[in-house]
Design a protein around this ligand. Sequence first.
Ligand SMILES: Nc1nc2c(ncn2[C@@H]2O[C@H](COP(=O)(O)OP(=O)(O)OP(=O)(O)O)[C@@H](O)[C@H]2O)c(=O)[nH]1
Ligand SMILES: [Zn+2]
Length: 460
Amino acid sequence: MGALDEGHFCSELENGVKLGCIELSFEEEPETIAIEDAVKVLMQGLGEDVNREGLKKTPFRVAKALREGTRGYRQKVKDIVQGALFPEAGLDNAVGHAGGAGGLVVVRDLDLFSYCESCMLPFQVKCHVGYVPSGQRVVGLSKLSRVADVFAKRLQDPQRLADEVCSALQHGIKPAGVAVVLQCLHVHFPNLESVFLDSNHQGWVELLVSSGSGVFENENANIWADFWSLLRFRGINVEKTRVTDTSDHHWCPSQSSVGAIATFKVESVNPGMVTAVASILRSLGEDPLRKELVGTPARFVQWLMNFQNSNFNMKLNGFVSDNGDSFKGKHIHSELNLSFWSQCEHHLLPFYGVVHIGFMCTEGSNPIGKSLLQSIVCFYGFKLQVQERLTRQIAEMISPLLGGDVIVVVEASHTCMISRGIEKFGSSTATIAVLGRFSTDPAARAKFMQSIPNTSVSGR
Ligand SMILES: Nc1nc2c(ncn2[C@@H]2O[C@H](COP(=O)(O)OP(=O)(O)OP(=O)(O)O)[C@@H](O)[C@H]2O)c(=O)[nH]1
Ligand SMILES: [Zn+2]
């Protein structure tokens, strides 16, 4: 069982005398309990009832997700590489591609997830690792991915992640050289204004970083040309958003001028919630005073505050539709790809995607503008949610405005199913809510469905 599953703790008295090991389950470990307590403070800060059905187990789930997501602090590279170096004839110390073990080896498209150290949200990593074997031996291919995962399962910055993986492999395998390329994707930070202004939001911020050691140390070395060629074969677009100097470049939207967080003033952030996040960092084995982490608790709280339990009803500014309630002469009107972000109430992790809305109206009229529908979608998105409830709430909200015949389809990617747990990259969930004629007329439903374009839902 992994370190997270079976805690082995030796209780110590003040003078360091060990009392002997007591077996603590994951639930009983002090770090888990501390994170659960901190998550309860965060949920109360959002105005939520921690005892509400659906939220009861959230503190524990979040503790489990965060500790699994940062297990890299407790793993050692040598345990992975040791015993996985296999003797292989070939070029000894020279570097070339003449047969045998002398040639460049590249493992491509390793899907990883890491935690952004600026905002504590998971970010997606497409990792490509290359090395030039030497010393008459090669490493087990899977170990390149396992070592990369040790450093990904921490609070990270893309460039530091690439450098740490590169250096660990260089020291662990002692090859002629190592090259690491990471294509990183950070979820975009919406805020109410920006989502309305530009509803075809790009859901992702992309960044490509690289790191090299030994024969790859010089990024102009011709062996890099071989490496990039082996990536291009896979259609990997290595030029896009390539940043070499990331020192002053904040890739995290929470640090950029347009991110949602930039619109909050730090002093307006609930200090009790900030303290709670700092204690979570400590429970994960991090130092909240590390310079890259100093602002992180406030930024994470600012992200969370997007989803506070605002129970105010949608201010429709007296909006009344003249949509009437008779079908005659009515046709199906579709408003498609309304973007939304929400926060899964089970894991406090984002889920995001698009909403498609259909309703009946007389030819040529449109009783409700797209931006008002976008407002409704955003207000129900910006809560702790489950996708089924979000879908139903949108339908129930717009139904009386539009004569009662509505259909709502939500397509979303759930970070909690992609970055942890079942880790199903690329998976997405679709939900439907129908009222009025759309609940009784399959042909009306089918006609609306045909109007939905066939595009990816990942928001990329
Ligand atoms: N129906 C529904 N389930 C959701 C939504 N968001 C997250 N979940 C699920 O909530 C469930 C929580 O299950 P638990 O077993 O309590 O928590 P868990 O151990 O973290 O679950 P895993 O994700 O399977 O590891 C998971 O199956 C999630 O996939 C949602 O919007 N709708
Ligand atoms: Zn971030």
